[in-house]
Design a protein. Structure first.
Ligand SMILES: *Cc1c(COP(=O)(O)O)cnc(C)c1O
Length: 392
């Protein structure tokens, strides 16, 4: 491991043999009825907040994710906001979220004037480290009635948001047990995890509430969009109501029952999504092939390995990740520099939430694993159509 530059060059060679043009980290791919369905919206004039594709994407998602309720919304961030609000998160409540996540998870908490409280991750799932979390809560939390209170900050800890990072499912059984023991509501942030499974169950449906994103960089896209998955009828219907300005269905009267949001997914976006959902099974198959190819290409690489799903999980492999060994962390920037210089779109992990200036004041546990992972992860190009380009 003496010569970092040489090793970075070797990685470029491994990737470069397959990449002949610029490749992004994750690009959308339209291979089905996208144009047909979107044109249909324009031709019929149904482009906005109501239309047949909005109803259809809701049904199709519900079927695909085996979730009784699937409510399409404007994006994955507001999906989280509305799900947390449904759980009863109020201003000044603490919400446990991993520091290792995309900033949207923290923003959704802030929109409710609640307090993000950062928890550590583990190396097997890249998600919440349940062992460490249980020990931490035993030290700082006190149960009063059926509420959990932080004895240090004197605030209520209301909920936890496990994030399925890069599509890899969190170990949900121990997490749900902790949630039950400490009376915490749970929203799964499955923004990156459509099609992933935990012990055979679709990600986003293991807890009573889960959220998805259909942003352009996710496995499938609606341009911008998201959804809430709900198991419970009352919750599902209430979320749909609130996301749709809390208007009572009526032939001509406009009556609203409470503070509602305009978080609807427009029909135009839903049309794109319906077509993308049709090809999702194929996309998932291709993504697994790509991950297997990465494992193969890097099988002799001594300084790190390609992340592979845990035994309980089936991952959608949204983003492939090279995890460098602890002693090889200095390689990260050399790899990022040389690959990007060759038009290979690699990138590091997000800067951890607790290290962002505007979030640094919020409570956190010891975050040693997340901090170690931050130094050692390089995401590799993961668009599913690369499988065709590589002739895999
Ligand atoms: C993409 C993403 C979101 C937010 O989704 P948007 O549709 O971009 O608002 C939330 N959480 C995670 C982990 C994400 O990756």
């Amino acid at each position: 491991m003496a010569n970092y530059k040489a090793i970075a060059e070797e990685i470029c060679t491994i990737l470069g043999k397959t990449y002949t043009e610029r490749v992004g980290l994750h690009e959308p791919h339209f291979a089905g009825n996208e144009l047909k369905y979107v044109s249909d919206c324009v031709e019929t004039g149904w482009v906005s907040s109501v239309g047949s594709y909005v109803d259809r994407i809701s049904e199709d998602l519900s079927k695909f994710c085996k979730s009784p309720y699937a409510i399409p919304v404007a994006n994955g961030t507001v999906a989280l906001q509305i799900a947390l609000e449904e759980l009863g998160v109020e201003s000044d409540d603490e919400v446990l979220i991993p520091s290792l996540t995309f900033v949207a998870t923290a923003n959704a908490v802030l929109y409710l004037k609640a307090i993000p409280h950062f928890v550590d991750s583990d190396v097997e799932s890249l998600g919440v480290n349940c062992g460490k979390l249980a020990e931490y809560l035993e030290n700082i939390a006190e149960i009063r009635g059926n509420e959990c209170w932080n004895t240090k900050t004197k605030r209520r800890i209301k909920a936890i948001v496990p994030v399925h990072v890069f599509g890899h499912p969190v170990d949900m059984d121990p997490l749900l047990e902790i949630a039950k023991r400490f009376h915490l509501g749970v929203v799964e942030d499955a923004a990156e995890a459509i099609g992933s499974e935990y012990k055979g169950k679709p990600a986003g449906t293991i807890a009573p509430l889960g959220t998805l994103s259909f942003n352009g960089n996710k496995v499938i896209t609606t341009g911008g969009g998201g959804a809430i998955l709900a198991a419970d009828k009352a919750q599902g219907e209430h979320i749909k109501h609130v996301a749709n300005t809390a208007k009572i269905q009526h032939a001509w009267e406009f009556r609203h029952t409470e503070k509602g949001y305009n978080f609807r997914m427009p029909n135009l976006n839903a049309a794109l999504g319906c077509a993308q959902l049709e090809i999702l099974p194929k996309a998932l198959e291709m993504k697994r092939k790509l991950q297997a190819a990465y494992c193969d290409w890097f099988s002799n690489f001594e300084d790190g390995e390609i992340f592979t799903e845990a035994s309980y999980a089936k991952s959608n492999y949204w983003l492939n990740a090279m995890i460098l060994k602890e002693e090889s962390f200095e390689l990260r920037d050399a790899i990022l520099d040389s690959t990007n210089a060759k038009q290979i779109g690699t990138r590091p992990l997000w800067v951890l939430m607790h290290r962002l200036d505007f979030l640094s004041k919020y409570p956190k546990m010891n975050l040693s694993t997340a901090e170690s992972l931050e130094k050692r992860i390089v995401n590799l190009p993961s668009s599913w159509f690369l499988v065709d380009k590589f002739g895999l």
